[in-house]
Design a protein around this ligand. Structure first.
Ligand SMILES: Nc1nc2c(ncn2[C@@H]2O[C@H](COP(=O)(O)OP(=O)(O)O)[C@@H](O)[C@H]2O)c(=O)[nH]1
Ligand SMILES: [Mg+2]
Length: 309
């Protein structure tokens, strides 16, 4: 399945709502772009959780280009797409691998965001590219979390390092990196807990894990991915900001895009968080994972609207 199709699958709920609303916007063949139109358009885009600033920019663009003219659905949608892709533009942002020696990727985010599942998906992708992967079960806070990662490692056929119960996550991370180095593996992915008694403890623990990884590879972790749950919409943005205060995150994974009709949240994230969106999760299986591409994203978002016109 290509990227476009993965985005289509991930955006089914969002695209369905858009399709109905945009059809209503263009009940007749063409429409005059006036204040009434711009207000209706604003309300539609808002529903997708793109955020106030992004919506305003798109409305302004349409107003500047088209006010006073009678235009077709295709004209308007083309303008939305161009503007949206521009708002989300980012440098190509897949994993930055270490120049030599293993690459270490640390994965953080709140409880239930989709960290462990995303690790499985990333491990699956890297393995399919011929890389050898070691997983570090750094969420020692819940026994079930270690078990969940272990099941994935068996299913995917990748190595895993776990700790005894009560082990410190920093020591698990240390041993995972050690195993990666000693076996000549290419990538070590370290899972972390999503919730400790307080946010302060969580942040301190993430810092400790980072430090213990650096004891063996000073330039590591090469990536610190922050997993956000798309179904929580714009709440993810405040989470992103508090995580980036504590650890140097390098990119965002947006999980559960398929579970929300507010897929426009990606636009708000790109606008309000200074990090690239690297991957999106579009289901629960290892292959339900797509490299984020603004162009494919907007094409998929409006594919149904365009086909129905
Ligand atoms: N539909 C869907 N479900 C997901 C996705 N990613 C994770 N999940 C589900 O969300 C739940 C929590 O995920 P998990 O990886 O355990 O979260 P963690 O607590 O952050 O490690 C699980 O039931 C996953 O199957 C996704 O992209 N799409
Ligand atoms: Mg987990």
């Amino acid at each position: 399945m290509g990227l476009f199709d993965k985005f289509r699958r991930g955006l089914t709920k969002t695209a369905n709502i858009l399709k109905t609303d945009v059809r209503d916007l263009f009940k007749s063949e063409g429409r005059l772009i006036d204040d009434a139109f711009l207000d209706e358009m604003r309300a539609i885009l808002f529903k997708t959780d793109m955020g106030y600033d992004s919506v305003s920019e798109i409305v302004d663009e349409v107003a500047t280009k088209m006010r006073g003219r009678v235009v077709t659905l295709d004209d308007v949608v083309a303008t939305w797409k161009t503007k949206l892709a521009e708002l989300m533009a980012q440098e190509d942002a897949p994993i930055r691998f270490a120049e030599s020696g293993p690459t270490v990727i640390m994965v953080c985010g709140v409880n239930g965001a989709g960290k462990t599942t995303s690790i499985a998906k990333l491990a699956h992708l890297l393995k399919s590219e011929g890389k050898r992967v070691v997983l570090g079960a750094g969420d020692t806070f819940r026994a079930a979390a270690v078990e969940q990662l272990k099941i994935w490692s068996d299913r995917l056929g990748v190595d895993i390092v776990t700790g005894d119960s009560g082990a410190h996550p920093a020591s698990v991370a240390y041993r995972a990196v050690e195993q990666c180095l000693s076996t000549g593996a290419d990538v070590c992915i370290v899972d972390t807990a999503g919730r400790l008694q307080t946010q302060k403890n969580l942040m301190a623990e993430l810092t400790k894990i980072q430090q213990s990884i650096r004891k063996q590879i000073p330039a590591a972790p090469h990536e610190v991915l922050l997993v956000l749950d798309a179904t929580t919409g714009q709440n993810g943005i405040s989470q992103a900001n508090s995580f980036t205060e504590a650890v140097d995150c390098t990119g965002i994974v947006l999980a559960k895009l398929d579970g929300t009709a507010k897929g426009g949240v990606v636009v708000a994230i790109r606008q309000q968080v200074g990090l690239p969106v690297k991957y999106v999760g579009v289901g629960e299986q290892p292959e339900d994972w797509a490299l984020f591409s603004p162009d494919d994203f907007v094409d998929a978002l409006f594919a149904d609207v365009e086909n129905s016109s």
